[in-house]
Design a protein around this ligand. Structure first.
Ligand code: PMP
Length: 360
């Protein structure tokens, strides 16, 4: 077996230990004589798997009983619609912070359901930073404020939680949930597609303050109603059972690593090593304001853009996979989620130094 260094932005690397456990259990889950994939979602066995995953996630993030934890389908992209459908209410208006491609997609979708005001945008700075708290102009009539904690493509991450003066706070945490400790109580709704820091693609986690649910816009499909899913323990219909199971294995693995403060310290160290390598010379560059540099997605460019394809080709030959930047922006990007081991960062950093020596 040879597992290469995987810097994919998503679907992304999973912990090897998790894949090994899944492999060991694939034909026969805990002596029951069948695979998790073959179980009824209503069976006692599967319900125990689903409940354990939810409990482990609650433990990791310290999620209180004031919140429902939902395991849904449709990706974070479906949440771009479900958030306004469920939270806009009679106000029919919402405020959004625009920090890049993903928040912009959320804004465009929300506009289908009501009025959107942009509380701040850093577009004029090429999305190279987040706005400061002082720059936020939040419409006081907004039903909620939405922001993207970490822009996966731009590599821009908030270094504070916006103060909304009482307006419900909603966040897309697709690419940095579980990356470090988080005070969930500061939020009213958090959502995240699984395929980066949670598990395989096909499942989406929503953490929602219960008191906000139950007032969706009229005429919407019941599958878009959080309350329907909350009442059914995310089993209103057949859930993505295997993705839910694998996510549960990842949560257990995170607990074994020491939880979010331990993984957060490792992530900070991994990111610092990579940014230090980028900053070490003018050969590599990263345009993001230092306090907003993402600890999960690290975009970088070469001073001589003509060397990019050479870089990617040689990196691939050195078992460093998926370093090409998003198709919309080009350049390079290393996604260094929880499951990417520090040894992969070390391998990338030494490759970068070697490449520079040969090509600078
Ligand atoms: N939000 C963010 C921050 C993302 O990174 C992504 C996916 N890369 C999405 C939303 C969309 O997620 P999905 O593909 O699960 O719909």
């Amino acid at each position: 077996m040879s597992r290469k260094h995987n810097f994919s932005a998503g679907p992304a690397a999973l912990p090897t230990a998790v894949l090994e456990q899944a492999q060991a259990e694939i034909l026969d889950w805990q002596g029951k004589g069948l695979s998790v994939m073959e179980m009824s979602h209503r069976s006692e066995e599967y319900v125990s798997i689903a409940n354990a995953a939810e409990q482990d996630l609650r433990d990791l993030l310290g999620i209180s009983n004031d919140y429902s934890v939902l395991f849904l389908q449709g990706g974070a992209t479906s949440q771009f619609a479900m958030v306004p459908i469920n939270l806009m209410g009679e106000k029919r208006r919402a405020a959004y912070i625009n920090t890049g491609i993903w928040s912009d997609k959320a804004i465009k979708e929300a506009k289908r359901f009501g009025e959107v005001s942009v509380a701040a945008s850093t577009e004029s700075d090429n999305f190279s930073r987040t706005p400061t708290q002082a720059e936020l102009q939040i419409d006081s009539g907004a039903a909620y404020l939405h922001y993207t904690t970490n822009e996966t493509i731009g590599g821009v991450q908030f270094d504070y939680i916006p103060d909304t003066q009482g307006i419900p706070l909603v966040s897309d945490m697709s690419s940095d949930i579980l990356a470090r400790p988080l005070d969930v109580n500061k939020f009213d709704l958090i959502y995240a597609g699984a395929q980066k820091n949670i598990g395989p693609a096909g499942i989406t986690v929503v953490i929602a303050r219960k008191s906000l649910l139950g007032n969706p816009l009229t005429g919407m499909p019941s599958m878009q109603d959080y309350q329907v899913h909350a009442k059914a323990d995310s089993m209103n219909n057949t859930p993505p059972t295997y993705a839910w199971y694998l996510s549960g294995l990842v949560f257990k693995w995170l607990k074994e690593q020491g939880g979010l403060s331990a993984i957060g310290a490792i992530n900070a160290r991994k990111a610092a090593k990579l940014y230090a390598a980028i900053d070490a010379s003018d050969f590599y560059g990263n345009p993001v304001a230092v306090n907003n540099r993402s600890i999960m997605n690290v975009p970088f460019t070469l001073a001589d853009a003509k060397l990019e394809s050479k870089f990617l080709e040689e990196a691939f030959a050195a078992d460093l996979l998926n370093l090409q930047g998003h198709r919309s922006v080009g350049g390079m990007r290393a996604s260094i989620y929880n499951a990417v081991p520090e040894s992969s960062i070390d391998a990338l950093v030494s490759f970068m130094a070697d490449f520079e020596k040969r090509w600078a």
